[in-house]
Ligand binder design. Sequence first.
Ligand SMILES: *Cc1c(COP(=O)(O)O)cnc(C)c1O
Length: 425
Amino acid sequence: MSAYLLPGQPHFERRGADLFAEGVRLSDLARQYGTPLFVYSKASMLDALGAYQRGFAGRKARIHYAMKANSSLAVLQVFAQAGCGFDIVSGGELERALAAGARPADIIFSGVGKTRAEMQQALAIGIGCFNVESEAELEVLSQVACAAGKTAQVSIRVNPNVDPKTHPYISTGLKGNKFGVAHERTLQTYKRAASLPGLQVAGIDCHIGSQITENGPYLDAMDRVLDLVQAIEAAGIPLRHIDFGGGLGINYSGVQPPAADALWAQLFAKLDARGFGDRQFMIEPGRSLVGNAGVCLTEVLYMKPGEQKNFCIIDAAMNDLPRPAMYQAFHEIVPVNAREGATLLCDVVGPVCESGDWIGHDRALNTHAGDLLAVMSAGAYCMSMASNYNTRGRAAEVLVDGGKATLIRERESAGDQMLRERLVP
Ligand SMILES: *Cc1c(COP(=O)(O)O)cnc(C)c1O
């Protein structure tokens, strides 16, 4: 017997009662490495990347993985080996990308608050492009580049003012957001960039939000960006590339976002119609490459029945899986070894001393203390957002490739956490 769990996670499969990642039984991994444990499927990541690659076949396009979604070294290594570049948002991410084997020229640097030190570091290494988010940042980058005797390649992140129809905390392309340069100020900002020493205008970029589940916002944003490209080039500033950001959603709860290849077929139809089909494109997907490639295994510590609610207390918490507390996000939660019998409606919660420390509300589960649960779709914005709150060590991570499982991050100890601290003598 074999049945897929979720349409988006075909590499996580139940065989009989037991859940597998590719060819590996998840309960075996939990026994060997303990819980909470993140398990990633390499085939899943490569499948997700493949959908973009199919969408870009025959086009001039480059994929820069937005590594803040999951910046574990072995995950970066998978994408570097598959030919991806990286979209970074800090000097720390730059060091990680290089440690995982990225070529400097394949790195682009996004973010509203780059420091001078980060600019110096990125220029010295020779990254491909800076995605600049304000006129003030252009001035500083120009100064830093001149002082270093370098030329910075720049793209300006424009804010197309379209509603991505997602959670407000992950909308980034609306007027009230801190991100990007307002549509109306874009031309002026490009003229400024073209006039500053130490800068070379390379392209234009936008990123309208995250967990986008419809085509409409992308098509609208593309139109807005192309209008700007025409205006900027008409002013005598040529643009070598158009970077369309990331943001494509994944299936967490049954809502199926468009497939990357289907979305790009629509976007290229528009681009061709407007005469831009042969341009150099770049994209910066994060979540859609890794989100459904990971699960978090956790042990049920206690069942706590109550008058109003039943609680299922697990050994993973908001420090491991921050999305529910931050965005009221939904993760599917399933038993690793299915039991026969009736389910009980319960709130699945962690041990952290916060009422916000919940992982799932009102879930129908048949589970007992000592059982293992899998929190699904945990490949993106989980480990990379994990904290040490309550002096909880960050979880271990395993990468599965076919029948082989590799420990890619050891569980963090209390000693690791205290390493940089000092008592007052
Ligand atoms: C976070 C981010 C991305 C990736 O977003 P996803 O929703 O994970 O695809 C891409 N570009 C920029 C500038 C970002 O900040």
